[in-house]
Design a binder for this molecule. Structure first.
Ligand code: DAH
Length: 359
């Protein structure tokens, strides 16, 4: 008489395994149930191992019965595993789902300040012609801001009322009143020929109102090479004016005085809105040029030989031209910005409105 499980016991083992598999809802639980019901120490495996102890004539029948029970358990496992794997994936898909329809917090995008945008644009015009960008400090040596540029010691621009001096006074440092000191810095540090534009902030002890800021922006230009003169200056500024205001833009030079250029001029551009037609025509006034037909754009001239000499340059061989334009002013008339205070109040809506300046 063998003590191997009979048919009913085997059926109970299959059933118990099936129940345990059905109860397992995760793959881990299911594997533990498999270990218990089909693993090395499971009742069916132990029974299988004892088949060899049976008398020879009983082995076949017992082997078939136990084999069938094991196959049934394995099949039940395989079916359940497939089902749990699907359920497991479904659960993960739900748990890890991203709801792309959820509302997001929209943050307003920033914008380049129109002065920055226009500065980049102007610089691009020069970089395209092979010029370089030069820089200088805003806290500048008085000598570079004035003396090196041929300002006499008693020139009115130096007076405290215009120039912001930095303590201690004996240090002779000021907040630069124009970008022109970068001319001298460029000549002292670069090989000739020099073709540079220098954008940057400048400071004057000015009122703060719709048309004045104590801090504003200029674009300085300087070219020093063999044989440069007024015609090269005019051609360069015409090119810039056309790039900024359209291919038809006319310019004119009006005689003026600057200590560091000789001859010196102010450059005007033909009003790109009324093209001069508002002049003497009260029926068609022009806000952009105030019906003057021309807009004053900046100062310029042929570099005074004294400046070149101060930089140690042989004026028999080299000459040059220079110019300085107000960037804030340019944004004002180019983009119809009426009040300079809008430029410094930091309201992004102002910048966004003028974002086209960058294009
Ligand atoms: N620095 C002058 C100013 O701030 C502008 C200027 C005039 C710059 C003539 C120049 C120049 O380079 O040649 O008013």
């Amino acid at each position: 008489m063998s003590d191997l499980p009979d048919e009913a016991t085997l059926a109970a083992m299959v059933e118990a395994a099936g129940r345990a598999f059905a109860q397992a809802t995760t793959l881990d639980d299911l594997r533990a149930a498999k270990q218990a019901h089909a693993g090395e120490h499971s009742p069916v495996a132990l029974a299988n191992r004892r088949i060899g102890d049976l008398p020879r004539e009983e082995r076949k029948t017992a082997g078939q019965a136990i084999g069938a029970a094991r196959a049934a358990i394995n099949q039940a496992y395989a079916e359940r595993e497939a089902a749990v794997a699907v359920a497991d994936l479904d659960a993960r898909l739900v748990a890890e789902a991203v709801d792309v329809t959820l509302p997001v917090t929209l943050r307003p995008t920033g914008a380049l300040h129109p002065v920055t945008a226009l500065t980049y644009r102007m610089c691009d015009v020069f970089v395209a012609m092979g010029w370089e960008i030069a820089e200088g400090p805003e806290a500048e040596a008085e000598w570079l801001n004035f003396d090196a540029l041929n300002f006499t010691p008693d020139h009115p621009a130096r007076f405290l009322s215009d120039t912001l001096f930095l303590d201690p006074a004996a240090g002779h440092r000021i907040l630069r009143t124009h970008t022109s000191p970068v001319q001298m810095r460029s000549l002292l540090t670069r090989e000739l020929p020099v073709y540079v534009v220098a954008p940057g902030k400048v400071y004057r002890a000015d009122e703060y109102d719709a048309t004045h800021l104590p801090v504003f922006h200029q674009l300085e230009g300087l070219a020093v090479d063999k044989g440069l003169g007024m015609a090269d200056l005019k051609g360069t500024l015409d090119h810039l004016a056309r790039a900024m205001f359209g291919a038809e833009t006319e310019t004119r030079l009006r005689p003026h005085y600057f200590p560091f250029t000789e001859p010196s001029a102010e450059m005007d551009i033909r009003c790109f809105v009324c093209h001069g037609e508002s002049v003497g025509n009260p029926a068609r006034p022009c806000r952009t040029c105030k019906s003057e037909g021309w807009i004053e754009w900046g100062g310029c001239g042929v570099v005074n030989p004294r400046v070149l000499t101060a930089a140690g340059i042989d004026t028999d061989v080299y000459s040059g031209f220079a110019f300085g334009l107000g960037v804030d002013r340019t944004v004002m008339f180019r983009n119809n910005a009426a009040d300079l205070r809008d430029f410094v109040e930091g309201d992004a809506r102002f910048s966004r409105q003028l974002v086209g300046v960058a294009r």
